[in-house]
Structures are given as structure tokens and as C-alpha cells.
Design a binder for this molecule. Structure first.
Ligand SMILES: [Zn+2]
Length: 192
């Protein structure tokens, strides 16, 4: 780790929507690829970059289970297991479950939250981007029961759903709530 004075080191390197490399572009600009109006000082939470990772043992268990199911089904198809229709049925169900679990584990949400100098930005999609000025924001917290990030803005309670934004990764829900809390504290200690 070097204490770099290169300003690029502290700026957003990739577009949170399309991964376009932003190095060398102005701090506030439009993404040349997808047109997102970004601020490279954003702290981005959620979106395609969420840290969803399965443990190796869980992944190995999935693979072994899937292979076992495929073997049972193949043996049945080549008539080596004539009396095991129930076993084949169960194998198919397990195989489908393992497949769904795999798809779920590779799911990456498209929505994200960005904390910038001007506002907290909630990106639902290119056509729905909400800006909450910091002066209106209070009481940020993580609601672990409902798996969402909650904050108040101008008297309204805003809930950012964990699954839509963080793929249900609880760690990222907590991290985002902490980030908002830290940002509001920093703004209080260094008023503009
Ligand atoms: Zn982009």
C-alpha cells in the first residue's frame, strides 16, 4: 500500500452501471457508454459489484450433488436402474434445486446506492434515479430484520431493499448503512 497523491486513486474507476473504465475522465461527467451522469467521488454500494461469494465447500457440495443426480438419471435412461422411477424423480428435483441455487448465487443486482458530495443517489434504473440532498438525511440504519437500508429524508422514511440492491448480502446492507452514517458525520464535522 502506498500513500498515493495521484487523485485518480481516490476516484471511481469504473461506471457502476456498465463497467466502462472512467480513468482520465472529469470528476463529474456522463458515461460515454451508457450515459449515466456520474460523480467519480461517489462511494458506491450494491449493484453488479456486490461481494456475493459462496464458500468452496458449499460450491463443492453443489457440484457433487449435481453430478450424482445426473448419474442416477443417466443410469435410468440407459435402463440400468429399471425400478427406480421415484429415485429418478427425486434426482430431477434435486438437480433443479441445485441449478436454481447456482443461478441465485450468480445473480448480480443492477440497482445501487452512491454517496456523493452533493447527495445520496439511489439508482433504480436509467429512468429512475433519486437524489437525496445530505441536508435532508437523518437516522441512517440497517434493518436486519427486513434486510434493508433505512434512512429519513425530509420527514419521509426511505427503505432500500437488500435483495434489489445488494442481492440479499447482509454484509453489504450493513456496510452501506455504515457508509451513510460516516458520510453524514463527516459532513457535520466539515460543513460546506
Ligand atoms: Zn456506464
Amino acid at each position: 500500500m502506498s500513500t498515493s497523491t495521484d487523485p485518480e486513486a481516490y476516484l471511481l474507476a469504473e461506471c457502476p452501471v456498465c463497467d466502462y473504465a472512467l480513468q482520465g475522465l472529469p470528476v463529474e461527467h456522463l458515461c460515454p457508454e451508457c450515459g449515466l451522469a456520474f460523480d467519480r467521488r461517489w462511494w458506491v454500494y450494491g449493484g453488479p459489484g456486490v461481494s456475493r461469494e459462496w464458500s468452496r465447500s458449499a460450491r463443492a457440495f453443489q457440484i457433487v450433488t449435481a453430478i450424482a443426480c445426473v448419474i442416477v438419471i443417466c443410469l435410468f435412461l440407459i435402463k440400468q436402474l429399471p425400478m427406480s422411477a421415484i429415485l429418478v424423480g427425486v434426482s430431477m428435483v434435486i438437480l433443479a434445486a441445485v441449478g436454481l441455487a447456482y443461478l441465485f448465487s450468480t445473480y448480480r443486482p443492477r440497482r445501487f446506492i452512491a454517496l456523493g458530495p452533493a447527495a445520496l443517489v439511489v439508482f433504480h434504473g436509467p429512468k429512475r434515479i433519486e437524489h437525496f440532498p445530505w441536508s435532508t438525511i437523518s437516522h441512517p440504519r440497517a434493518d436486519m430484520h427486513h434486510k434493508c437500508v433505512v434512512f429519513e429524508s425530509a420527514g419521509k422514511t426511505i427503505r432500500v431493499k437488500g435483495y434489489d440492491f445488494f442481492g440479499g448480502v447482509i454484509y453489504d446492507v450493513e456496510r452501506c448503512a455504515r457508509g451513510i452514517t460516516q458520510y453524514t458525520r463527516d459532513l457535520e464535522s466539515y460543513p460546506a
